[in-house]
Design a protein around this ligand. Structure first.
Ligand code: AMP
Length: 280
């Protein structure tokens, strides 16, 4: 069945009002499009948890800094609609800019806590405010009961979960494990920027996450193990923004033996910035 494109806020509201009056539970999958298997997995997980799934596609200008890739971000609307229909998304919300940021828009949603841990926020200072502002709007515009986010963007998952809790938005945020290529590379819309040889280099991020998680589990100090991974990646030609072991809940630096840890990494392969993470 073709998925229903909803191109305005009022079209979205008409559709969701119908679902609510039919007593249906619905889930939202927020994306920036260039749909790949990672996004489709979120849709499938949504279908297990709700009667209807709505995917949103909005390339949010507020989460890109001036020097970042907003202009060149991959866009493929007809391909996206086809893939989402095949995966079973009941509707796709493709808002116009003015549906999200009407004239005189003046509100931002901004967090401390997981959004201020010196990871993505250190390298992309405007990023999370852009994300939380748009995600708060998408939660409120859709009125969904469940939202699905990928663990691929682990800090973002923590930030969005915290925001919904802090603002009493009645939505359950569910994190879904990262979908990878057979090589281990995390699927990402930005992988489209990689040349075949860069793609080979990029695999070393995942390999180093695996190796470092194993080293920590076998007793190596997290900071030392992460520093060694940074050195190896740098030697392989990547420019590492960070490769760190953090508390998997708070994202604070580890302080005690035995606390749950997550490795989080961001690195440049040529002109492409990739992020990934792994449970220790
Ligand atoms: P994006 O379109 O990149 O903003 O991503 C939209 C959603 O898809 C976010 O919740 C991402 O974490 C999630 N996502 C992106 N890539 C993957 C992946 N490889 N596996 C699972 N989820 C993903």
């Amino acid at each position: 069945m073709p998925t229903k494109p909803l191109r305005t806020l009022s079209a979205l509201r008409r559709e969701t009002a119908r679902w609510r009056s039919d007593g249906l539970r619905y889930a939202v999958v927020p994306t920036m499009g260039a749909i790949h298997e990672g996004h489709l997995q979120l849709v499938r997980e949504g279908l297990k948890r709700a009667d209807r799934v709505i995917t949103t596609i909005f390339v949010n200008p507020k989460q890109f800094a001036a020097h970042e890739d907003l202009g060149s971000y991959p866009r493929d609307e007809s391909g996206d609609l086809r893939k989402l229909a095949q995966a079973g998304s009941h509707a796709v919300y493709l808002p116009r800019l003015e549906d999200i940021y009407p004239q005189y828009f003046a509100t931002t949603v901004s967090l401390n806590g997981p959004a201020k841990t010196g990871l993505e926020d250190k390298f992309r200072p405007e990023f999370f405010t852009g994300v939380t502002t748009v995600v708060a709007k998408l939660f409120l515009q859709t009125g969904a009961e469940i939202a699905l986010f990928g663990e691929k963007d682990y800090q973002q998952l923590k930030v969005v979960t915290q925001m919904a809790r802090d603002l009493d938005i009645p939505i359950k945020v569910v994190g879904i494990p990262t979908v990878r290529e057979s090589t281990g590379l995390a699927k990402s819309s930005r992988n489209a920027y990689l040349s075949p040889s860069e793609e080979k280099t990029a695999i070393s991020i995942h390999q180093n996450l695996l190796r470092t998680a194993e080293a920590i589990r076998s007793g190596q100090a997290p900071t030392r193990a992460a520093a060694a991974a940074t050195r190896r990646l740098t030697a392989a030609g990547l420019k590492v923004d960070y490769f760190e072991a953090r508390n998997s809940e708070t994202l604070a630096r580890p302080r005690m033996a035995g606390e749950p840890l997550r490795l989080l990494a961001a690195a440049w392969v040529g002109r492409t910035r990739l992020i990934d993470n792994m449970k220790v």
